[in-house]
Write a protein that binds this ligand. Structure first.
Ligand SMILES: [Zn+2]
Length: 374
């Protein structure tokens, strides 16, 4: 969870808040205390507006959290590990460690979020019926929460991927056709269109209605269309890599170096002549570590001729892949640990190196040639 901090833990899931949420929280409290409540309910004192605004913003936070928690709990029950939930500027993101494997699992996981928001809307509306004074802070806050949860449910049900409604649509097409790439492309295309439409309406709002709501809409639209096209690309890549094993892909006799090699020799041979950016360090075929450009950068150049790579290499335990691994598994490993390459190891022996750049080059090369599998 980068640029976010952990608040607490529910059912084994870390609940975190993205830093942007603090600004959003202040902004929502302020716009409720200074805009929404004073316009709808005149005659309270300033402090009452602020207290009502802050509590309403907190309850909005709880509502979004419950929506995300519903997604995550269903995912966990379906056997998909959920590492954390991060609350973002306009909602939350459940960090699932993998995608659902069956259309029905995705359908249930997606629909339960808006379902929770709808139930919350109903609960807040029923609570709103209780107080006799419908112009007081309590009734005002409850009716706001009923409305905002209804909006959350409806917005998330829009059928563009990666919104919940888009996931529902994808799962239906996926179930009907058995083709995940096609389903993602259709739902993702609708997501892109929705995003552009939101940007358009936002720009109209900026000029003719309200700058703040217009900026909001345009921003959400921009985010949605970006996320939709990223998802389309990602699924296409994932599909094109599935079934390819590491051993079919890399030369398993990649150069390795011994720990006594000096940094100067390594830079000259590996970086300069072979255009490598990293090399496994091995002795008698056993993997000891890996040296990358980043490791070398920390060492002043005058020390390169006298320093053995053993002094600067990243040592075991390292993340490694085996020749039998699927390329998707390797991509996931690279992404999860934010690394650019992994040494390939078989039975504890050094056999090669696979980098993110190799995989990307391979995808580009296939796209240019128009070939399906290598
Ligand atoms: Zn959702």
């Amino acid at each position: 969870m980068k640029s976010s901090f952990r608040l607490f833990r529910i059912a084994g899931i870390d609940i975190g808040v993205h830093y942007t949420w603090i600004f959003i929280f202040v902004f929502i409290s302020w716009s409720l205390a200074q805009g929404f409540f004073p316009q709808a309910y005149a005659g309270w004192d300033t402090l009452t507006y602020w207290i009502t605004g802050i509590i309403a913003a907190l309850m909005l936070f709880v509502s979004v959290l419950l929506h995300e928690l519903a997604h995550s709990l269903v995912a966990k029950r379906r056997g998909i590990p959920v590492a954390s939930i991060t609350l973002f500027f306009f909602g939350g993101v459940s960090n699932l460690e993998e995608e659902p494997k069956k259309p029905m699992a995705e359908f249930t996981m997606a629909i339960v979020g808006p379902g929770t928001s709808l139930v919350l809307a109903l609960v807040f509306w029923l609570l709103y019926l209780i107080p006799a004074d419908k112009t007081g802070p309590l009734a005002a806050m409850l009716s706001y929460l009923a409305l905002i949860n209804l909006i959350l449910a409806v917005f998330n049900l829009l059928p563009g991927f990666p919104l919940d409604g888009g996931r529902v649509l994808r799962s239906i097409i996926w179930g009907a056709t058995g083709n995940l790439v096609k389903a993602t492309n259709i739902a993702g295309r609708i997501g892109q269109l929705l995003g552009w439409a939101l940007i358009g309406v936002g720009i109209y709002f900026i000029f003719f209605v309200s700058i703040v709501s217009g900026l909001w809409m345009a921003f959400i639209g921009w985010f949605l269309s970006g996320a939709a096209s990223a998802s389309r690309r990602e699924v296409t890549v994932r599909e094109s890599l599935s079934g390819i094993r590491v051993r079919d892909f890399v030369d398993l006799n990649t150069t390795t170096i011994s720990p006594e090699t000096t940094v100067a020799e390594m830079v000259d041979n590996i970086f300069r002549r072979q255009h490598g950016r990293a090399v496994p360090v091995c002795r008698d075929g056993r993997l000891l570590g890996i040296v990358t450009i980043t490791d070398v950068r920390g060492l002043p150049q005058e020390k390169w001729p006298t320093t053995p790579v053993a002094d600067i290499m990243t040592r075991q335990p390292l993340y490694t892949a085996s020749p039998q691994d699927d390329l998707n598994t390797v991509m996931k490993l690279l992404a999860q640990h934010d690394i650019n390459q992994v040494p390939i190891q078989q039975d504890g022996q050094c056999v090669g190196l696979l980098s993110r750049a190799d995989i990307i080059r391979h995808i580009q090369f296939r796209e240019e040639l128009g070939v399906k599998k290598p």
